[in-house]
Design a protein around this ligand. Structure first.
Ligand code: CMC
Length: 434
């Protein structure tokens, strides 16, 4: 990746009796950054920013978010346009290669991904090692990590061709692994991928078909699935993407790096929020209970939070949530589930929260996870699968970011520092003196 930041003056820091000039850099859009790389060499001091609220960890050309305005762009294209007009594989191509494909390029790409969807049969046997009631995210972490044991011909990360093969394999095989995680948990036989179906049709079929009868994919539901994948495809330097970058910065195996990203995504503050949001809506159960839960969410002494609300970066309506809300209605319409009680609870909860002073003043808006749970529930997925679908879709973002980082000749291992507050040096105490 070619460095594209532009110098834009400097910032002066007066510290410890010294005055230090630090370069200010501009990106294409968004806030400028103060380049503090030389700070330690010049002052002997580090910066402290746990949670990275003021720290850019890298330069990237993939995804842009304006959290105040509620904007999300993939390679410059607004998320709502991509969700309405593109399809997931075209978005994958865009994220990885930087430009929308021509017809021939998209056909070729679709052919490549479609013809890499099968798993090595030995990998199939891996599933039998998991407890039947294992969480499918546990299965994903293990099985995607295990891919590193199968593909030794794509591990020279300094060879762009080998890196590209790894991206193809991951994008192609993730739906097959995710569908198997689901099938294994419900005790049904695995369904093999089919090359005459689109990415999302194939995934739905692998999840819901049984060998005993024909399965017809509903095109509206396949389109909804595709949109859900597009909405989750990348989100710049979130926790799981930063995990993938940090793991990859040591030169680790790409499949193992993606397994690290899946592990990070699992938590309820990140990808696990869609599962938690639906469980919360179920727990609330009816519209009359909403005030009680809103009161609990505002109570400092109660750890309860409204799941699917708030975001570290968006201080406005999450642009993905807008598309998700529309998709949710489309799915419920086609399945004749307009009267779905969970939807009623969600809509009323959203209305109340958006008017409530606590949520308004803290700029807590619904995020993508608020409506995705209801949609996935209607599509027939059990709650444990929601974060798996997020992982499936986010794989392209993770691998695009990993590829961008690895192709940067100036890339170095990620190595944050700390402020140490433990014991100062002391002598070892023999056991009888403790
Ligand atoms: N319900 C009630 N209060 C909340 C909520 C919520 N969902 N989210 C934040 N707050 C309050 C929080 O208590 C804090 O209040 P105060 O300033 O009085 O201490 C203030 O808002 C700021 O919250 P924070 O936790 O300091 O903000 P953060 O940027 O560290 O956390 C978040 C962001 C997404 C983890 C948080 O909003 C949250 O826990 N939301 C619920 C979980 C969720 O929906 N996560 C999905 C995120 S979108 C999908 C993804 O990208 O992974």
């Amino acid at each position: 990746m070619e460095n594209k930041t532009k110098p834009n003056g400097s910032a002066t820091l007066n510290v410890g009796g010294k005055s230090v000039d630090l370069p200010v850099l501009s990106g294409a859009v968004g806030p400028d950054v103060i380049d503090v790389k030389s700070l330690y060499a010049q002052t002997g001091m580090f910066t402290l920013d746990p949670g990275f609220t003021s720290t850019a960890s890298c330069e990237s050309q993939i995804t842009y978010i304006d959290g105040d305005e509620g904007v999300l762009l993939y390679r410059g294209y607004p998320i709502d346009q991509l969700a309405d007009e593109s399809n997931f594989l075209e978005v994958c191509y865009l994220l990885i290669h930087g430009e929308l494909p021509s017809k021939a390029q998209l056909d070729d790409y679709t052919h490549t991904i479609t013809h890499h969807t099968m798993l090595h049969t030995q990998l199939d046997r891996f599933f039998e090692g998991y407890r039947r009631d294992a969480h499918p995210m546990a299965i994903m972490v293990g099985t995607v990590g295990a891919l590193s044991a199968f593909y030794h011909d794509s591990t020279d990360i300094h060879d762009p061709m080998q890196r590209m093969i790894a991206t193809h394999r991951l994008i192609a095989k993730m739906p097959t692994i995710a569908a198997r995680a689901h099938k294994y948990s419900v005790g049904q036989p695995f369904i093999s991928p089919r090359n005459d179906l689109s990415y999302s049709e194939n995934f739905l079929r692998m999840c819901f078909a049984v060998p005993a009868e024909e399965y017809e994919v509903n095109p509206v539901l396949a389109r909804a699935m595709d949109k859900i994948f597009i909405l989750h495809a990348d989100h710049e330097q979130n926790a799981s993407t930063s995990t993938v970058r940090l793991a990859g910065s040591s030169g680790a195996n790409p499949f193992a790096c993606i397994a690290a990203g899946i592990a990070c995504l699992w938590g309820p503050s990140h990808g696990g929020a869609n599962e938690a949001a639906l469980n919360m809506l179920r727990e609330i159960g009816s519209v009359d209970k909403i005030p009680e839960y809103v009161r609990r969410a505002k109570d400092k002494d109660d750890p309860f939070r409204l799941m699917g609300f708030g975001h570290r970066v968006y201080k406005n309506y999450d642009p993905r949530a807008k598309v998700m809300q529309k998709t949710c209605h489309e799915v419920l319409d086609v399945l004749d589930k307009r009267e779905e009680p969970l939807l009623k609870v969600a809509m009323e909860l959203e209305r109340i929260a958006l008017e409530d002073e606590y949520f308004v003043s803290k700029k807590l808006y619904p995020n993508i996870d608020f409506y995705s749970g209801i949609t996935l529930n209607a599509l027939g997925f059990p709650t444990e699968m929601y974060t798996v679908l997020f992982a499936l879709a986010r794989t392209v973002g993770w691998i695009a970011q990993w590829d961008e980082m690895t192709s940067d000749p100036t890339q170095r291992i990620g190595r944050p520092r700390q402020i140490y507050t433990g014991a100062s040096e002391r002598d070892y105490l023999p056991m009888d003196k403790r």
